[in-house]
Design a protein around this ligand. Structure first.
Ligand code: HEC
Length: 110
């Protein structure tokens, strides 16, 4: 049991390193967030903290089906079905995942 836990931890650390080398995309995603989502959802920290990492992960699967669903029938519907969102979706996902409410990457945890 203990061994498995530490294996899992090792895997998580490795994943963490992978995601930090991909920080270029997080930056791109942040830019895209500020341009595209901020007007409706407020600043990036607040926006990303709307969901947990696994929720963001799920939301962007299958052409962001769940993300689109969140916006059906709202002011954001046109945007969620639009080309601009599609184009930046992978970067947006990286950014949102990085700052999800269970990511530990929030300024107050410093
Ligand atoms: C034109 C306005 C608009 C844009 C642009 C927009 N949204 Fe939304 N979004 C809404 C509205 C309206 C809702 C539904 C009401 C709510 O939950 O705030 C919503 C819902 C959501 C939800 C679900 C909230 C919940 O409580 O479950 C998330 C998460 C979300 N949006 C994230 C984003 C992200 C990330 C972007 C940019 C990639 C984005 N939205 C772009 C208007 C927008």
């Amino acid at each position: 049991m203990k061994k498995r836990t530490s294996l899992l931890l090792t895997a998580l650390v490795a994943l963490g390193m992978l995601s930090s080398t991909a920080s270029a995309d997080v930056k791109k995603g942040q830019k895209a967030y500020l341009k595209q989502c901020k007007k409706c959802h407020g600043n990036g920290t607040k926006g990303a903290a709307m969901k947990a990492q696994d929720e963001w992960e799920e939301a962007f699967e299958d052409d962001a089906e769940i993300f689109v669903e969140w916006h059906v029938g709202t002011d954001g519907e046109k945007y969620a079905n639009g080309k601009k969102f599609k184009k930046y979706a992978p970067d947006l996902k990286d950014f949102l995942y990085e700052y999800a409410n269970d990511s530990g990457n929030v300024p107050s945890c410093g």
